[in-house]
Write a protein of this length. Structure first.
Lengths: 292, 316
């Protein structure tokens, strides 16, 4: 027991190994801590917030209250507590960010491995399609998709996930080609390893660390994308999210009223969480691709 | 030969843009006429008439042929909300967007590349840490939120809606000053967000060159540090950065949509917002085709430009 602990700590201290390497990046660690807190808030807080407090029709407090003793972040246009709204919004933003990132990175990994591993016409077409979507402005496509599909969380996730996969696909394809050019893959093939064996045992394990990095960064951009769609009024109207809060603030004139307490918190929440994901992603990247 | 290949590739991409624009708004579930007339009093007969007017009652292949040949002639159908040809509406809004996007991109590129070079040359210095930190933070800032914050913070210093006041004198100087005054906040917003990306791109591009042997040679010749930077390192590092600036043109497009929406800047971005709130499918389709087409063309330019500027890349 003690042996394990000292060994673990000494590895951390020397800064080698994946965990130790990550811990050596202070910004990444700070990001991870922020994310842990945000996730905890998102999961636990809704259990303690009474539904009445967030229902526009059942709130009795005065609207547009500046921060004070009663509501320490003030109230919105309908008299709801901004603090409670921000806490409630964490769940939606994180959920959409994570699921959209998983969808996007999943598609990207699949397309990347298939177009890298299998040659021929199909792979060529796949590569062409990837390059095409890589060029197109993802957000514009996502806006178009969520306009034509029925409003809802699923639509947002689909719209973001289906439009942001090409960069992952490009990267995974490059990594697949690099790995497959290595002698040990040739050896595996010579020994009779089929497509499944080569992909499952050799390509996938070497691609996964990069995929993880990509997924972390993808969550960051997915959260920004979600907030943008919600701001444009394309979000799920029944759910509170940070982007939707800014949308409401804009709609009800928070700017002319100088209601900074209504506008600042949701935006800051987005910035902090997105920055945290970016920092964690960059730290992971530094660990996965050692010093060039 | 390579140039012909690039041109062919761009042509295929443009074709794919056209196909995408068509299918996105027709294959998706739901009747476009029903959703476009939602909230307006319409009878079944009126809806049927609209369907005939938009050609939605014909077979899909015929619709596509009609759409595609129209597109080649510059005809993108009729806007439902404006009751005018989509192409006319888009053309009308092009100017303000070009002004906003052009000004912002120019400032962002110059500022971003300069900051990026400074940061990379003194890697891990206080300046580098500050620049990188601010860029990463700005990258995380939602454009629309930054715009609203700026609007709130500056109060009445700058106008926050539209492109010009109605009571400005009609002479050119007053008009230009008025537009410039209106341009401050939107372009500041767009610059802040886009510039962050350029800083990071330029920084990593120059870092790639930092240990190149030719820099050691330049130093060994006894050149001063800033000569090594200006004459040797930067010219090599700036090419990939410039290419990336063109490649990420989609970023500017996305930023323009939210910025114009926040500041009611009468350009294509605000038109996009109007089209999606309608929803006005034909206008949206036209906008999608035009913006995506513009991005494809920008990419082609990036490729060709890179080939012209960098003798190591043979394009022509």
């Amino acid at each position: 027991m003690t042996g394990f602990r000292t060994r673990w700590f000494s590895r951390v201290g020397r800064g080698d190994g994946a965990v130790g390497g990550f811990l050596a990046h202070r910004a990444g660690v700070a990001g991870a801590v922020v994310l842990a807190v945000a996730a905890l808030v998102a999961v636990i807080a809704p259990l303690f917030i009474p539904a009445d407090a967030l229902d526009v029709t059942r709130v009795s407090d005065a609207p547009w209250q500046a921060p004070g003793l009663g509501h320490w972040l003030g109230t919105d246009h309908a008299g709801r507590s901004v603090a409670l709204l921000v806490v409630q919004g964490a769940g939606t933003s994180l959920f959409v960010g994570l699921t959209a990132a998983v969808l996007s990175v999943g598609i990207g990994t699949l397309v990347g491995i298939v177009s890298g591993h299998f040659g021929g016409l199909a792979a060529g077409v796949l590569l062409r399609v990837t390059d095409f979507f890589l060029v197109l402005p993802a957000l514009v496509l996502a806006i178009a998709l969520s306009t034509v599909l029925p409003r809802g969380l699923g639509t947002i996730v689909l719209a973001i996930g289906l439009t942001s996969w090409p960069s992952t696909a490009r990267m995974v394809r490059a990594q697949t080609l690099t790995i497959e050019a290595r002698p040990f893959v040739e050896r595996a093939r010579a020994l009779g390893g089929g497509h499944g064996h080569v992909i499952g045992r050799h390509v996938l394990p070497s691609v996964l660390p990069l995929v993880l990095v990509n997924a972390t960064l993808a969550v960051a951009s997915a959260i920004v994308a979600e907030s943008t769609l919600a701001f444009l009024g394309l979000g799920d109207p029944t759910r509170i999210s940070w982007g939707a809060m800014v949308h409401q603030a804009q709609l009800h004139g928070a700017v002319p009223q100088r209601a900074w307490w209504y506008l600042l918190p949701p935006g800051l929440a987005i910035v902090v969480v997105v920055l945290a994901f970016t920092l964690v992603g960059r730290a992971l990247e530094a660990v996965v691709t050692p010093k060039r | 030969m390579r140039l012909a290949g690039r041109l062919g590739g761009a042509a295929v991409s443009l074709l794919m843009v056209a196909v995408l624009g068509f299918f996105l708004f027709r294959v998706v579930p739901g009747d476009p006429v029903v959703s476009m007339t939602r909230g307006r009093p319409t009878t079944a007969a009126m809806q049927a008439e609209l369907r005939t007017q938009f050609g939605l009652d014909r077979p899909l292949v015929e619709q596509f042929w009609h759409y595609f040949t129209g597109l080649l002639r510059g005809d993108m159908g009729t806007s439902f909300t404006f009751r005018r040809p989509v192409a006319d509406v888009i053309l009308e809004r092009l100017g303000p967007t070009l002004l906003l996007v052009g000004t912002s991109t120019l400032i962002a590129v110059v500022l971003g590349l300069w900051l990026g070079v400074r940061a990379a040359w003194r890697r891990d210095s206080g300046f580098d840490r500050a620049t990188t930190g601010v860029s990463l933070t700005l990258w995380a800032v939602p454009t629309f939120w930054l715009g609203m914050l700026l609007m709130m913070a500056t109060g009445d210093l700058f106008p926050s809606r539209g492109m010009r006041d109605t009571d400005t004198a009609p002479d050119f100087v007053s008009q230009a000053l008025d537009v410039g005054h209106h341009l401050v906040l939107p372009s500041l917003t767009l610059v802040a967000v886009v510039c962050a990306e350029y800083v990071l791109v330029m920084r990593s591009s120059l870092l790639e060159e930092m240990h190149a042997p030719y820099l050691t040679t330049a130093r060994a010749k006894g050149l001063r540090d800033d000569l090594v930077r200006r004459r040797h390192a930067v010219p090599n590092a700036v090419l990939p950065a410039i290419t990336l600036v063109f490649l990420r043109f989609g970023l500017v497009v996305a930023g323009a949509i939210t910025t114009e929406t926040v500041f009611s800047w009468p350009g294509l971005g605000l038109l996009f917002y109007d089209a999606l709130t309608g929803p006005d499918y034909f206008l949206l389709q036209g906008l999608l085709v035009v913006t995506a087409g513009a991005v494809v063309v920008m990419n082609l330019l990036a490729d060709v430009l890179h080939g012209v500027l960098d003798p190591r890349v043979k394009v022509v």
